[in-house]
Design a protein around this ligand. Sequence first.
Ligand code: 5GP
Ligand code: ZN
Length: 115
Amino acid sequence: MADCLFCKILAGEIPSTRVYEDERTVAIRDVNPQAPTHLLVIPRAHGATLSEHIAQHGEDGELAHLVRVSAQLGVQYGGERGYRVVINEGGDGGQTVYHLHLHVLAGRPFTWPPG
Ligand code: 5GP
Ligand code: ZN
């Protein structure tokens, strides 16, 4: 989609560090990491938010794949210490880039509830 930062990253128009990719998904390093490992798991299909992605591309298989890839990377980078997967939606959710992405964070402890 025009003027979407993550669509441009997926198209290679804006550089990123890719750590994983397959036919449906690309995972990159976050440019402003909040943990020693901070990855973004991004579906190639554009949907602005989780809800919009479900509405537009909504078979469960697509979402299951995103969660599966996030878990695979979480285990790869977090190991036995664990990891966190986060999806932000909308203003109250803290979303800043409007193309669905899952944050995978590892390498330090996280508190619950989040701030
Ligand atoms: P959100 O707040 O929408 O859940 O997360 C957006 C994330 O994208 C933020 O963690 C932010 O650091 C990251 N980000 C913003 N611009 C870029 C960029 O140009 N490249 C990369 N790799 N990450 C970005
Ligand atoms: Zn996009």
